[in-house]
Design a protein around this ligand. Structure first.
Ligand SMILES: NC(=O)c1ccc[n+]([C@@H]2O[C@H](COP(=O)([O-])OP(=O)(O)OC[C@H]3O[C@@H](n4cnc5c(N)ncnc54)[C@H](O)[C@@H]3O)[C@@H](O)[C@H]2O)c1
Length: 329
């Protein structure tokens, strides 16, 4: 079957998920416009495409309006890890809310279909387990994570109001913990933290007693879910949970990473941060039934690819440091 070539805008396209989405959509034959302010994203993530005529990168902050002609929009711009989104919480809320307003306005003018990268964080500290899409969440409006959680909740509200009021074609995905190559090495997220600590032979920091559970989805699986959701008929709006329903404790994850890296790192226990959810696991029945989608990449394989990526990153930066020392000598 021939693929119809589309002009696709990806906000946050130089970030972890965004850059994998760029790879996928270019590979599928589309024209991709990557918009990013490079707050947490990096040109290295999109370097492979910079000379490709199918690809364009634009430095732009989504808090400001953008006028371009596109057929589809994936709205991913927003720092995703607590360290980054709490660095400038006001800017985080602005990015989610003003970013959504600006991208929805663009979709309205161009009649583009628009996808929102929402999050499992909208469920807060869930009182229902696993989380289904009809669960309304248990979120603090005033805690340190609220800038992200409430910003994303408000963005969902805007998406559904634009849909009802202006008949926009919307697709809202609630993304659960995802990992893979190009995660930021210092973003404090559990997978990147543990791998970096293990590779450096440093103590692995476990918050609380490590019994809190998480479910980890490999990035390629998630991107497949994005593309399938975008391709659904107009009546399908979401929200749809996308994530891996296989749950494990954070302590089990630490042990697996120590094992795979062959590291001699020991575990160090630290107090649990404020509002850190104790359990997080998606119910993906809707995604299975609507998209025929479920994660396929086994954790061991996904972790190995991620470890190889961080390993390469570390040796490249050691090589760079060695060159600088040589040049300065
Ligand atoms: N990775 C996950 O596990 C996960 C889970 C749930 C939701 N999400 C959502 O998916 C999206 C992408 O997450 P990610 O993990 O790739 O994070 P990321 O931080 O790697 O990517 C976010 C990108 O947005 C850009 N950005 C931030 N503020 C911007 C602004 N004002 N204007 C333009 N660009 C801006 C950053 O520079 C970065 O490139 C985010 O919206 C996040 O909330 C991710």
């Amino acid at each position: 079957m021939d693929i119809v070539k589309k002009r696709i805008l990806i906000t946050g396209g130089a970030g972890f998920l965004g850059s994998h989405l760029c790879d996928r959509l270019i590979n599928d034959g589309h024209d991709v416009l990557c918009v990013d302010n490079y707050f947490t994203g990096s040109k290295d993530n999109i370097a492979a495409h910079l000379s490709n005529p199918q690809f364009e990168a634009l430095r732009h902050d989504v808090c400001f309006p953008l006028s371009v002609e596109v057929d589809e929009i994936y709205n991913l711009a927003c720092p995703a890890s607590p360290i980054h989104y709490q660095f400038d919480p006001v800017q985080t809320t602005k990015t989610s809310v003003l970013g959504a307003i600006n991208m929805l306005g663009l979709a309205k003018r161009t009649q583009a279909k628009i996808f929102q990268a929402s999050t499992s964080e909208i469920y807060g500290e869930p009182l229902v387990h696993p989380q289904t899409e009809d669960y309304r969440g248990n979120v603090s409006t005033i805690g340190p994570r609220a800038c992200y959680d409430e910003g994303k909740r408000c963005a969902e509200t805007l998406f559904f109001d634009y849909h009802r009021q202006h008949e926009l074609k919307i697709k809202v995905a609630r993304i659960f913990n995802t990992y893979g190559p190009r995660m930021h090495p210092n973003d404090g997220r559990v997978v990147s933290n543990f791998i970096m600590q293990a590779l450096k032979g440093e103590a692995i920091t476990l918050f609380g007693d490590g019994s809190q559970t998480r479910a980890f989805c490999y990035v390629d699986d998630l991107i497949e879910g994005f593309v399938r959701l975008m391709a659904t008929e107009d009546a399908i709006t979401g929200p749809i949970n996308l994530g891996n329903p296989v749950e494990m404790t954070v302590a089990e994850l630490a042990e697996k990473i120590v094992d795979l890296t062959g590291s001699s790192s020991k575990i160090a226990y630290r107090p649990l941060p404020v509002d850190d959810p104790t359990q997080r696991c998606p119910d993906i029945t809707v995604a299975r039934e609507t998209l025929g989608w479920e994660p396929k990449v086994p954790l061991t394989l996904g972790l190995q690819r991620t470890i190889d990526y961080f390993d390469r990153l570390m040796s490249e930066s050691e090589d760079r440091d060695a060159t600088i020392v040589r040049l300065q000598a």
